[in-house]
Design a protein around this ligand. Structure first.
Ligand code: EPU
Length: 377
């Protein structure tokens, strides 16, 4: 952060003395280091939330009660298309611990600001396997349920126990179990608004109780099964097993393989700005899939239990010739067409122009409208 150009104001600044000097609202804060796309933008105002008390104090402050708020975790799933006018709540809640051991599981808790990958590595080091397939995913623990993050055959919902959160409108703290989180593929109750605007998402599961823009997740608990079994069957992992002649890999082995697989095909956001997969893998009917295969026999597709078929969006984009292409400084990653990258000083506008051009060409060729995964701010 460029401290020299950042003004500091105490929350509750109308009072001559600030009760909690740690509660500072920083003005005009550069966000480039706080989003993994490394897009240049500023927050008009930003406050760091390092404890639940910080948050409650801020929400009780009349000076900020009417101001819209934007919760920022690791910034790994956002595209900033301009400066952020809402008050940015930068989640810096830290801590991880074993909270309970049941007959079946270790219940492990991490605060929302913990780095996801470091948390996964820590659980393995403690002897609580179960998250190894989710290694090396960028971002924070607090963002993990929002996306219902997933990779290599495991989704967060498979290991989720509960989370504690605060309603930013009322200041009330509450706990949600898995059913209440409305998890779906890269989806949850935290990605949908209230009844009126959640209708467009077609997500009947949310039953009008969408929590988008009104929740700050404080901590997440995971149930890591004592009767651990490796989750295999994913092509890239099967390849590793054959290569290494290993039929019963340990959790640590899978963790290492997942790290190797991801490093080989996904860009490290430290080196090349990106937000992981930019589009969701679309689901189509069996008939639509058969129709596409008749024209494009190599289509990568995965039949789902309900009779529909999931398609590899990366393949669709690749087939349209986008791999390696650019719009301005925004590009399509050479090794994985589903990942858009910042080749230098891309703007959010350039990223979105590229994303729209990809959507148009995939739609024109396959009749499928790809849905972006990151939140466009
Ligand atoms: N493919 C191509 N060309 C490409 C990219 C992919 O032909 O440029 C083909 C591959 O050959 C493969 C298929 O598409 O047959 C699927 O590719 P991959 O195994 O890389 O997985 P994905 O479906 O593209 C999803 C997740 C990733 C996750 C991997 C592994 C989504 C949106 N993405 O990618 O998640 O790591 O599976 O489980 O579901 C993320 O969300 O940020 C992310 C990286």
């Amino acid at each position: 952060m460029d401290k020299a150009t950042t003004d500091l104001t105490c929350a509750g600044a109308d009072s001559p003395q600030c009760d909690n000097p740690a509660m500072l609202v920083e003005k005009n804060v550069p966000l480039q280091a706080f989003n993994t796309f490394h897009i240049v933008a500023k927050a008009h105002a930003l406050v760091r939330i390092a404890s639940a008390a910080d948050l409650h104090e801020l929400l009780a402050d009349p000076a900020w009660s009417g101001t819209p708020k934007f919760v920022l975790g690791g910034g790994s799933n956002i595209v900033l298309t301009g400066d952020v006018k809402a008050l940015v709540l930068k989640v810096e809640l830290m801590g991880r611990r074993l909270v309970q051991e049941t007959a079946k599981a270790f219940i492990v808790e991490a605060s929302a600001g913990e780095n996801w990958h470091e948390f996964v590595a820590w659980t393995l080091a403690q002897g609580y396997p179960g998250l190894e397939n989710l290694a090396l995913i960028p971002g924070t623990v607090g963002a993990s349920p929002v996306q219902n993050l997933g990779a290599y055959g495991v989704e967060l919902q498979d290991r989720f126990d509960a989370l504690d959160a605060v309603d930013l409108h009322t200041g009330q703290q509450f706990t949600l179990n898995a059913a209440q989180c409305g998890f779906g593929y890269r989806d949850s109750v935290f990605k949908h608004g209230r009844a009126a605007d959640s209708a467009s998402a077609g997500a009947g599961t949310h039953q009008g109780v969408g929590l988008q823009h009104r929740t700050l997740i404080l901590r997440v608990r995971f149930a890591l099964p004592k009767a651990w079994k490796p989750v295999l069957g994913y092509a890239d992992l099967d390849k590793k097993m054959i290569e290494q002649r290993c039929t019963r890999p340990s959790a640590q082995q899978i963790f290492d393989w997942v790290c190797e697989i991801r490093r080989a095909k996904l860009p490290d956001p430290e080196l090349i700005g990106n937000a992981g997969s930019f589009f969701k893998n679309p689901t189509v009917s069996r008939e639509q899939c058969a129709d596409i295969i008749a024209r494009d026999p190599k289509l990568v597709h995965y039949p789902l239990p309900d009779g529909s078929v999931k398609l590899a969006a990366g393949w669709l984009i690749d087939a349209c010739g986008w791999r390696g292409k650019s719009v301005g400084q925004a590009g399509v990653y050479e090794k994985q067409a589903l990942v858009l990258v910042n080749r230098g000083d891309a703007t959010g506008g350039e990223v979105m122009t590229l994303a729209k051009a990809i959507q148009t060409s995939v739609y024109e060729r396959f009749g499928i409208m790809l849905e972006p995964e990151p939140v466009v701010v």
